[in-house]
Design a protein around this ligand. Structure first.
Ligand SMILES: CC(C)=CCC/C(C)=C/COP(=O)(O)O
Length: 294
């Protein structure tokens, strides 16, 4: 018959393996507060955070960690050991959630990729000789020529239909400037470090890069023009190509990261929906058109 071996009582399941048996039991902390952590508690707290919806990817898996493999399997009696107080369990600090880990990885890849694509960021960059051409594209998608051109067209237009379209284009351009300024001011993402701040006419929020104002404007103007101008197919293709090239050139010039431009395209595309919804016409804004037609 086998006689069960007597097992000394340990104050904590992990202590026997880590500090030996000769150590006197540690009394439970009276306040359960910020006393010194016992070995093994951090691991337990981490596991609890994991159960509470933390990202498993952010934690080393038990298989990947040799120290975890060596950890003792708690027996039923050990499981009855004193439960650490909530304040002790909170001590290791929050580990990043899945979304935060994914976002951080995406942003790191974005920075790396955008730096590689910034081949015209300076005159001495790999494609530095193409920089003047890309800067011309920059002006073609800038707010000033678009606002000036629209105002000029409005002043010269003699047809009510033309005036209506141009008035709505003016509204779209102003809306775009306001929305981009608001998002840039909220997100406050710095422009890439390799960007030379030699841009044509900027306003204060333009020190920020998210989203790309050129990309929003290019996408929105592209949709606007395709909907309201009767153009031959080659010209329509050219308008779409222009919008895409303006966006790509922002990254090549080092002005933006890829995500700034990608979000800018989406935002500009959706801005046109807003313009369409609030379309100004003699029916929806009679006062405005009455003044204009006098
Ligand atoms: C001053 C006016 C009327 C518009 C500013 C246009 C501008 C500089 C936008 C910035 O574009 P990115 O965000 O693509 O660099």
């Amino acid at each position: 018959m086998r006689v069960p071996r007597a097992r000394p009582i340990s104050p904590h399941p992990a202590l026997p393996q880590l500090v030996g048996w000769s150590r006197p039991p540690i009394p439970p902390h009276p306040a359960g507060g910020s006393g010194s952590r016992r070995p093994g508690e951090g691991r337990r707290a981490g596991a609890e955070e994991n159960r509470a919806g933390r990202c498993p990817a952010a934690m080393p898996s038990p298989r990947s960690s040799p120290s975890r493999r060596a950890a003792p399997i708690p027996s039923p009696s050990r499981r009855a050991a004193p439960i650490p107080s909530p304040s002790r369990r909170a001590a290791p600090g929050p580990s990043p959630s899945c979304a935060a880990v994914a976002l951080r990885s995406l942003l790191a890849a974005d920075l790396r990729f955008s730096r590689q694509l910034g081949v015209c960021a300076g005159e001495r960059s790999a494609w530095g000789s193409a920089r003047p051409l890309l800067r011309l594209l920059e002006v073609s998608g800038h707010g000033v020529p678009w606002l000036a051109g629209t105002l000029y067209g409005l002043g010269r237009s003699e047809s009510p239909a033309g005036r209506e379209v141009l008035l709505n284009l003016l509204f779209a351009l102003v809306l775009d400037l306001v929305l981009v300024a608001v998002v840039k001011g909220l997100v406050r993402r710095r422009r890439p470090t390799h960007n030379k701040m030699d841009m044509f006419v900027t306003i204060s929020v333009d020190k920020y890069s998210f989203p790309s104002g050129h990309a929003t404007r290019a996408a929105m103007v592209c949709r606007f023009v395709l909907h309201h101008l009767v153009l031959a197919i080659p010209l329509r293709v050219l308008v779409v190509l222009w919008a895409i090239i303006v966006g790509i050139s922002r990254v090549m010039l080092g002005r933006h990261n890829v995500t700034d431009v990608a979000f800018g395209f989406i935002m500009g595309y959706m801005q046109y929906n807003v313009v369409k919804y609030f379309w100004l016409s003699p029916l929806s804004a009679p006062a405005l058109f009455a003044v204009w037609n006098q």
